[in-house]
Write a protein that binds this ligand. Sequence first.
Ligand SMILES: [Zn+2]
Ligand SMILES: [Zn+2]
Length: 326
Amino acid sequence: MALDRAGVPLARVERPVRAPKRGHILIRVAACGICRTDLHVIDGDLKHPKPHVIPGHEIIGRVVALGAGVRGFKIGDRVGVPWLGATCGHCPYCRSDRENLCDSPGFTGYTIDGGYAQYATADAAYTFPISSEYSDAEAAPLMCAGLIGYRSWKLVRYAHRLGIYGFGAAAHIVAQLAVFHGQDVHAFTRKGDKAAQKLARNLGAVWAGSSEEMPPKLLDGAIIFAPVGPLVPLALAALAKGGTLVLGGIHMTKIPAMPYALLWGERVVRSVANLTRQDAIDFLEIAPRIPIRPHVTTFPLSEANAAIERLRAGKITGAAVLIPPA
Ligand SMILES: [Zn+2]
Ligand SMILES: [Zn+2]
C-alpha cells in the first residue's frame, strides 16, 4: 500500500521483490502497526517523503534473504524494524550518542519504504530480534509506540504522579511500564472516551478522565502523545513545580499563547525526537520481562485505509496492526 500523494488514500500497488543490498535483509512481513506518524506522512504534515513511499515503521517479520556482509541474522529469524532506519555515523549528533538527532537520517515508512507490504528490506544494523513472548501482531506496536514511549518515559521516570495525555498506542504501553515501576498513572483522554479510560484503569491507572479535567493532585511529570497543541497549557496547569512535560509526538498543532505563570517554578517543556538503537535494545529487553502486553486490533493489509480512518477518528483502543496476506 503506497502513498501516491499527500491527502489521498493509499493505493494498492504491485512491485517486484528485490534482493537485499549489502548490509540489508529482506523480510517477509508478518505484521505492521499503524502509528500516528503514518497519518502525518499520509496527510502531508511531514514534508518530502520518498516518492510513492510505502508507509509503516512498526514491522515484524521473518528474514528471507541476507545481503552481502550481514552478520548476526540468519534466514527464518524473527525481527522488528523501527522508525530509525539509517544514520550517517559521522555528524556531531551521531558522534555524541545522539543518533536520534542525526543530520542525515533515514526513516522507515517515510524516507525508506516501510511495512505496509508483504515484503520489506531493512538495514540489518537497524533491525532487532523479537522475544518469543509476543505474537507477531502484539510485537508490532512495541517498535514505535513502545520505543518512543520508552524514550519519553525515561524523562519522567522520577515522577510519582505521572500524567499521560492522549491514551492511544504509546500511552497504553507506557502506562504498563510506569505501573510496573510504582508510578501513579493518570490517564487523560478525549472527552467521553470511556473505552480508553476503561483500558487505562484496567492497566492500573489510579485516575482516568478527560484532558480538560484537573487531576486530584498536581502531577510530578507528564507526557503528551496526542498531536494537539492546546493540551500543552492544560497539562502545565496540572503540573507541580519542577515537573517536566514531555511532548512525545513528531507533529503537533499550534501551541496557544499562554501566561508565563504556567511555566514558572522551573517547569520544563521538551520534545522527544525519534529513537536511538540503544533505546530499542533496552526497551526490547525490558518489555517481555514485565511483561508489557500490547492490546491490538488487527486488520488485513488490504483494509489499511479503513484502519487508518478508524485511528484518525479515535475509534481504536490500544494499537491497530495490519496483517499482510500469507
Ligand atoms: Zn548523523
Ligand atoms: Zn511511530
